[in-house]
Write a protein of this length. Sequence first.
Length: 377
Amino acid sequence: MNFYEKFGLSPLINASETYTNLGGSLMGARTLEAMRQAGEGFVDMHALTDAVCARAAALTRNEGAFITTGAAAGVILAACACLCGMNEALHDSIPDTSAFAHREILVYAGAYRDLIPYWRLIGLTGAIIVPVPPSIDAMRNAITPRTAGIFLFPGTLYEKDVPSCEETLAALADTGIPMVVDAAAQLPPATNLWRYTKELGAALAIFSGGKHLRGPQSTGLIVGRKDMIAACRLSACPHPRIGRAFKTGKEDLAGFITALELFLEEPEEDRYARQASLLEDLARRLSRNSEIQTEWVSEGRLGTHQPLLLVTLPEHRTAVACNRFTRACQPPIDIGIYPPECGMPENVIFLNAYNLKAHEVEAVAEAVLRYVDSASE
Ligand SMILES: *Cc1c(COP(=O)(O)O)cnc(C)c1O
């Protein structure tokens, strides 16, 4: 009996996204094996952390890197670095920042703030979050001697009516205020692992380990300036400070670094081609019903470079009802629903092969076909 079945749960087929609610992504065999090996013996954790973080920095072409328990933990540690720098007494005081000279962190007050409320986590550090009207001038004018940092959230959906991360980093570089990019889901392309920091000048950029990197779901990566990474580490485990609440174990470190190696070893075109071929197979199977239309896009909802198959269901069918139907199938299948903010017609679903195995394609196509054929209305 499969582990999930032992607990009365059906493993489901993921044709939608690297959603945390579904389990993120799947680790490769080499990643799982590295975790197993790491779990079989003790090690000097300081030395292991130093070694894998140095390797992560080298692989991502950054001065420094730190592996934490997720992008959300990365946001908190990056905020600590902005607030405290290398001052250990300040790291000890968090979350009481009342005596800090710089305790304000600026974020754009865009519509995205309700879509990705991760910016709220900055507040756990005791920082004062200052929402700034969405313009470069307003951001520049909001900078005062109390400003500790600026946090940016890239992605086409989040940057609607907000100056882009690129624009902001370029325009405000002269201010010297550390800018942090929460790029949790901004992969692929892999070049983003160094683009925000090395090319665009962000002090730190943060990535989720459990999404496209295919690491353990409970991992994340902070990359960037050496001094800022060192400052993040002062609030992190093993110090008994705020980051003690999100420590990475030896198995997580082993899994993450192996996943990062695998992600960067595989040519991006190969990864893209493998997904595209599964989606072609899906499109071919769906074409059995002439009322279903399929269309290719090469961009994810957040502007990432990945193939998606958009499927327009016949009128009066909806993505939401389709997902409800496919989730009730055996095995349950999650198909992609665009959030209302994307402005897609309600009868459009997206299919994503990132987490899909070749032998699952048939079940996905059959489930969608059966939904379309199911009782009219
Ligand atoms: C997914 C996501 C996070 C959280 O990532 P975890 O690795 O699950 O902690 C944070 N910020 C953004 C923008 C995200 O998309």
